[in-house]
Write a protein that binds this ligand. Structure first.
Ligand code: AMP
Ligand code: ZN
Length: 117
């Protein structure tokens, strides 16, 4: 069911502490940790504790929680002293989504090309 922890979800396992992660920030509703394969000097993933398959599903089911994820992305950028950064939600396998638990990539600390590949 949407929102419930999924046994086969990597990020639900990270939230449950079953898989280690370098935690950056935690709130009642969100969890943020460093990406294991960083694409920039700062590369943090912000996820809702509740399981939703992607950002749009999250926003449709729990709009306040989607706002929590975005707010946390901004807090992380501030804490990492990024004046410019990018928030990315890869959506669908064709766009590079590999983990089907909504997550914001917060990328910064280097020049970021536009448009992305
Ligand atoms: P995406 O490809 O947009 O679905 O993003 C998934 C991200 O999760 C990728 O950038 C991976 O490098 C990252 N990732 C996969 N496994 C782990 C892990 N155990 N800890 C931290 N990040 C991970
Ligand atoms: Zn999950």
């Amino acid at each position: 069911m949407s929102g419930e922890p999924q046994d086969d979800c990597l990020f639900c396992k990270i939230i449950a502490g079953q898989i280690p992660a370098t935690v950056v920030r935690e709130t009642e509703t969100t969890f943020a940790f460093r990406d294991i394969n960083p694409q920039a000097p700062t590369h943090v993933l912000v996820i809702p504790r509740a399981h939703h398959v992607d950002a749009a599903a999250l926003a449709a089911a729990e709009p306040a929680l989607a706002a929590d994820v975005l707010r946390e992305a901004g807090e992380i950028a501030r804490a990492e002293k990024l004046d410019s950064y990018r928030i990315v939600f890869n959506t669908g396998a064709g766009a590079g989504q590999t983990v089907f638990h909504a997550h914001a990539h917060v990328l910064g600390g280097r020049g970021l090309q536009w448009p992305p590949g």
